[in-house]
Write a new protein. Structure first.
Length: 341
């Protein structure tokens, strides 16, 4: 899967270097997701033999990956790799990156520019710091250390694809870690030599670091809000409660020490207000927790639909067998899924 936006200068060379054979892989299909290119990217990709899906307008690299994942699931692939089309990553490394997934040891592998100090590429220092900070935040949220959470060269098992429910259109890199970790999938980081800067043009995602930081932090905030709202609301409720208790203690101390409420009667009113805010925030948090449970159930339902629904677009039957009155086939579980029975 290769998201592309105006990559005519590099896409043909990248496609030519994609391996034609990888041990343990029956066939290799190349999909270019055109995210609104206005140059000859689409024509060059088709000439190189790649399948192309075009958005028609620029939606963002996150939306492009979502399109690629949906197509990979539709085709029933057992392994998917996404790689940028700008030439920063070496297509010759696809087999190496995918090997742990092929061996069944992990569900998701990401290339890392910073895990091995000997392979750290030359890049602007501010971007290096930004990646370091983002990696620390994401590592803390997923409970596993990663040195690089922004790399666009990754391999996914079919199980990872089925669980990958992404919402961010701007980017997908950090959100993928958060979603897959939430599903308990096995993730691995693989150090690789990567070009630090693009050979042609500039990054569409990280060209403006302030915008990049704002949007990625927004994605992570949304993840906490949607999946672990207790972390957000309960901590906020505790902060309100602590402030309320502090002001109440000060108010009572002043009352007993001086025998008067004035001039600090304000502390009593503010303490009562903050106590009310703590109660309201805690109540909202409980509702949010229940909503998060419903979301988990819906994602499980989506996973089952993706896994057992017949492949879309096949000529030998309708997309939904039930529409014709026919009963859908009874799903058959893989041997590895016996424990799910």
């Amino acid at each position: 899967m290769m998201p592309a936006l105006n990559e005519a200068a590099s896409i043909a060379a990248v496609l030519a270097r994609v391996p034609k054979h990888i041990d343990g892989v029956g066939s290799i299909e190349v999909l270019v997701i055109d995210d609104g290119s206005t140059d000859s990217t689409v024509e060059l990709a088709k000439q190189a033999g790649a399948s192309v899906i075009s958005h028609g307008r620029n939606l963002g690299v996150g939306a492009a990956l979502q399109t690629g994942v949906a197509e990979a699931i539709r085709r029933g692939v057992s392994l998917a790799v996404n790689i940028d089309s700008d030439g920063q990553f070496s297509p010759e490394d696809i087999g190496t990156l995918a090997r742990p997934v092929l061996d069944g040891t992990v569900d998701f592998v990401t290339a890392s520019r910073f895990k091995d100090p000997a392979l750290v590429p030359d890049m602007p220092r501010v971007k290096r710091w930004g990646n370091w900070g983002m990696s620390r935040i994401v590592s803390g949220l997923v409970g596993q250390h990663f040195a690089d959470v922004s790399c666009g060269f990754r391999a996914y098992s079919r199980e990872a694809l089925l669980h990958l429910v992404l919402l961010g259109q701007f980017t997908y890199t950090q959100e993928s870690f958060l979603v897959l970790s939430r599903q308990g999938l096995r993730m691995q980081e693989m150090p690789m030599r990567v070009r630090g800067v693009r050979e042609h043009g500039e990054s569409r995602v990280a060209s403006n670091l302030f915008r990049y930081a704002k949007r990625t932090v927004g994605i992570m905030f949304s993840f906490i809000r949607d999946y672990s709202p207790g972390v957000l609301f309960n901590n906020a409720a505790f902060a309100f409660l602590a402030a309320s208790a502090g002001l109440a203690a000060f108010f009572l101390w002043h009352r007993f020490a001086t025998g008067a409420f004035s001039p600090h009667i304000w502390a009593g009113f503010v303490s009562a207000f903050l106590f009310g805010m703590a109660a309201i925030t805690f109540g909202i948090g409980q509702v949010a927790e229940m909503t998060a449970r419903l979301r988990s159930v819906q994602e499980r339902q989506l996973y089952l639909i993706r896994r057992y629904l017949p492949r879309l677009g096949e000529a030998d039957g309708p997309v939904w067998p039930g529409l014709t009155g026919a009963s859908p086939p009874e799903p058959t579980l893989d041997p590895d899924d016996a424990h799910r029975r």
